[in-house]
Design a protein around this ligand. Structure first.
Ligand code: SF4
Length: 352
C-alpha cells in the first residue's frame, strides 16, 4: 500500500533499470540502486554512491517498502524467532525464523489473514483482509536478514511460504516474489530452497507447475478422504482429495520437484490407523513425502493433540505401507508456533 509512489522493493531488476533510464539515468545507476536495496537501507539518501540529483529523482518516484518489527519472541531453545511486523497501512503480519543445521529458514506471510477457513488455524479467524504486495514479501526477507546480521552463514538460506495466507490465492504477486527472490541480482535464493504450502487450490497448482519456477510444493491434506477433509478444511468442498493428489502428481511430473503432503494429527479425528492405511493406498506409486505434524492447540478450537501412542501408530502404519514419512520437528511451541497465534495474542493484549 504505497499511495502514488511505487514500492521499488517489489520491482524486478530490469524494471528498476528501465525506470532509471526513463529518468534519463544510465543503466549502471540502476545496478547501483539494486546493490543497495536488499541490504536494508531505508531511504535513497543512504545510497551514498549515487549523485544527489539521482537520489532526488528516485525519492520522487519510489518508496523503499519495509515491514516494521514491533515484537519479537525467541523460543527457549533459541531455535525459533517469531517476528510481529507492522505494515504501512497498520495491518500486522508475522514471520518466523527457524534455525536448522542446514541454514536459517524464513517462514513468511503472503496475505493479511486468510479466507480458506481451515478449522485448526488462527490466521483465518478474521477472514482475508488483503493480499500482500510483492515488496511486502521481499521486505520480510530483508527484515530477517537485517536481524540476523546479513552475513552468508547467518542470513536467510531457505524460504517457506507457510505464514498467514494461502499463497496460491495471491497468485500473481507470489509468482513475481518467487522470481525476484530467486533472481541472481535479487536475493539469489535457489528455487530448491523455497517451499510453497497450499491447502490445495487445484487450478493454481496446475498453473504453478507450468511457470518454470521449480520450487518444492507442500500440500496440506490432513485427511485421506473427502468426508473427513470437509470437517477440517472448507476448501475440500471445492476440490476432492483425489483431484488434489493428482495435481500433486502433475506438479512432480512437470517440475521433477519433490511434493510433500502435510498431515496435521488431531486426536481421534484423523489420527486413526485406518486413516493412515487409506492415505497410504491413495499415495501408492507416488514418490512423495508425508510430513506428520501433531497439532498445536489454539484457544478457539476444541481440537486436542494426539497422544504419543496414537502419533507413533499413525507414523508406523504409513512406514510399514511404504510411505516416506517424517514427523515434523516441532519448533517454537512455547512462542505460539502455529500461524497467526502471535498476532492474535498481541492484539488480545492490546484489547485488555
Ligand atoms: S492453514 Fe493456511 S490456508 Fe488454511 S486458513 Fe490457515 S493460513 Fe489459510
Amino acid at each position: 500500500m504505497t499511495g502514488a509512489k511505487v514500492d521499488i522493493l517489489g520491482l524486478m531488476p530490469h524494471e528498476i533499470i528501465e525506470g532509471l533510464q526513463e529518468m534519463g539515468e544510465q543503466a549502471f545507476r540502476g545496478k547501483q540502486v539494486i546493490s543497495w536495496l536488499y541490504k536494508g537501507v531505508n531511504s535513497f539518501e543512504d545510497m551514498t554512491n549515487l549523485p544527489k540529483t539521482t537520489r532526488k529523482k528516485l525519492e520522487d518516484t519510489y518508496i523503499i517498502g519495509s515491514v516494521k518489527q514491533i515484537d519479537k519472541r525467541i523460543s527457549k531453545k533459541g531455535d525459533t524467532i517469531k517476528y510481529l511486523c507492522l505494515l504501512a497501512d497498520h495491518n500486522i503480519i508475522e514471520c518466523v525464523v527457524m534455525k536448522y543445521n542446514y541454514g536459517n529458514t524464513l517462514c513468511l506471510s503472503t496475505q493479511v489473514g486468510c479466507r480458506m477457513g481451515c478449522s485448526f488455524c488462527a490466521s483465518t479467524k478474521q477472514g482475508l483482509v488483503r493480499n500482500l504486495e510483492v515488496g511486502e514479501m521481499i521486505a520480510q526477507v530483508v527484515m530477517a536478514n537485517t536481524q540476523l546480521g546479513q552475513t552468508e552463514e547467518r542470513g536467510i538460506r531457505n524460504i517457506v511460504l507457510m505464514g498467514s495466507g494461502e499463497p496460491l490465492d495471491n497468485y500473481d504477486n507470489v509468482i513475481k516474489f518467487l522470481r525476484l527472490v530467486h533472481h541472481p541480482e535479487g536475493l539469489n535464493i535457489s528455487y530448491r530452497n523455497i517451499t510453497l504450502s497450499t491447502c490445495g487450490l487445484v487450478p493454481n497448482m496446475i498453473k504453478l507447475a507450468q511457470e518454470n519456477v521449480p520450487i518444492t510444493l507442500s500440500i496440506s491434506l490432513h485427511a485421506p478422504n473427502d468426508e473427513l477433509r470437509k470437517k477440517i478444511m472448507p476448501v475440500a468442498s471445492a476440490y476432492k482429495v483425489d483431484e488434489v493428489i493428482n495435481a500433486g502428481r502433475y506438479y512432480f511430473e512437470k517440475t521433477g520437484r519433490r511434493v510433500t503432503f502435510e498431515y496435521s494429527l488431531i486426536d481421534r479425528l484423523n489420527d486413526n490407523v485406518e486413516d493412515a492405511r487409506e492415505l497410504a493406498h491413495k499415495l501408492k506409486d507416488f514418490p512423495c513425502h508425508v510430513n506428520v505434524i501433531p497439532i498445536n492447540e489454539i484457544d478457539e478450537v476444541l481440537y486436542k493433540r494426539s497422544s504419543e501412542a496414537r502419533i507413533q501408530a499413525f507414523v508406523n502404519t504409513l512406514k510399514s505401507l511404504g510411505v516416506h514419512v517424517t514427523r515434523r520437528r516441532e519448533l517454537g511451541q512455547d512462542i505460539e508456533g502455529a500461524c497467526g497465534q502471535l498476532k492474535r495474542s498481541y492484539l488480545d493484549s492490546l484489547e485488555k
